[in-house]
Write a protein that binds this ligand. Structure first.
Ligand SMILES: NC(=O)c1ccc[n+]([C@@H]2O[C@H](COP(=O)([O-])OP(=O)(O)OC[C@H]3O[C@@H](n4cnc5c(N)ncnc54)[C@H](OP(=O)(O)O)[C@@H]3O)[C@@H](O)[C@H]2O)c1
Length: 293
């Protein structure tokens, strides 16, 4: 299968390159970080430039587009000009959908759990109330709406916190916590922020499974099996690796007045489970992260 990956130089994109290139013909797109795609078939493209995207589609003719490129950090997007975030997160998605329709390709879009209103006594299902609180989440929801309106063949993955070790010059909170604990430094973790985290390794395994199955025009919660706080995730990491748990300090989101607070967007993933049986537990995933990096 010919798979076009946007955001191939990103946190998730690099795991997609690594895993999907084993069985598929991939073309991985980067923007400012070419070095993150070394060793893979890759190209520089600004996804907000329709002409550049059109040339890529004409040349590569993908069967599937996995669209991960975005302004992906809520705290960064919040400080940027709204039009810039909108152009990258929404307009570029519209361009990609139009080209997918033209070239009869499926689009798999990584949206976010932050589109939901939050936990109200039960895990969130795909038809739970929507209430994006940040510019990041609002633009991801607008991108979802463009896809639903225009696309002939799509999967929207409302993605939970992705954990695992960040490659090259990408970043995630888990990697910082891992490195700090390894060096014997103290870490501060929220006891009052809950997610259903999914490991990067497990995420790409599931995406590969969805690629080869006949899943179409679906919105799926894309998370792990367990609802945990950031603190509990850190404690599980200590249990598996043998890091000193006393280095972890419990903190509250209330200690950070400037934070856009989303206490709990834990996902019910029953619908995802109707398509795949590949979800792993957190303990299994952490063992895998330690083993394979
Ligand atoms: N990480 C998580 O925990 C998480 C959770 C929920 C949802 N998601 C979603 O999953 C996706 C992947 O997240 P991530 O953490 O892997 O993101 P990331 O590490 O921030 O990567 C973002 C990617 O987008 C690319 N990009 C940005 N603007 C571009 C442009 N104008 N043209 C071309 N490429 C552009 C970047 O390219 P360069 O680096 O080369 O400039 C980079 O490859 C995002 O859509 C995010 O919203 C992530």
């Amino acid at each position: 299968m010919k798979v076009l990956i946007t955001g191939g130089s990103g946190l998730l994109g690099q795991y997609l390159n690594r895993f999907l290139s084993k069985k598929h013909n991939i073309l991985s797109l980067y923007f400012n970080n070419p070095e993150n795609c070394i060793g893979y078939n890759s190209k520089k493209v600004d996804i907000t430039n329709y002409q550049q995207l059109s040339e890529i589609f004409t040349f590569f003719k993908p069967n599937i587009v996995i669209h991960t490129a975005a302004y992906s950090k809520p705290e960064v997007a919040e400080k940027l000009n709204y039009d810039l975030v909108y152009k990258t997160n929404v307009v570029a998605t519209k361009f990609l959908v139009e080209l997918c329709n033209k070239f009869h390709a499926k689009i798999i879009f990584t949206s976010t759990d932050l589109v939901y209103d939050g936990f109200q006594g039960q895990m969130l299902s795909e038809d739970s109330k929507i209430n994006p609180l940040s510019i990041y989440a609002r633009t991801k929801l607008l991108a979802e709406e463009k896809i639903k309106e225009l696309s002939e063949n799509y999967i929207i993955l409302r993605t939970s916190l992705l954990y695992g070790l960040a490659l090259n010059n990408t970043f995630n909170h888990f990697t910082k916590v891992f490195n700090d604990l390894k060096e014997g430094k103290k870490v501060k973790l929220f006891y009052d922020q809950y997610r259903t985290p999914l490991s990067l390794i497990n995420a790409v395994e599931i995406i590969e499974d969805l690629l080869i199955k006949d899943v179409n025009t679906e919105v799926l919660n894309f998370g792990g099996l367990e609802r945990v706080s950031r603190l509990e995730l850190g404690q599980m990491l200590c249990d598996v690796v043998g890091f000193d748990k006393s280095l972890i300090e419990k903190i509250s989101m209330d200690d950070f007045p400037e934070l856009v607070k989303v206490p709990d967007v834990s996902l019910n993933t029953k619908k995802l489970q109707s398509y795949t049986s590949l979800q792993k537990t957190i303990l299994e995933s952490i063992k895998e992260i330690i083993k394979y990096g």
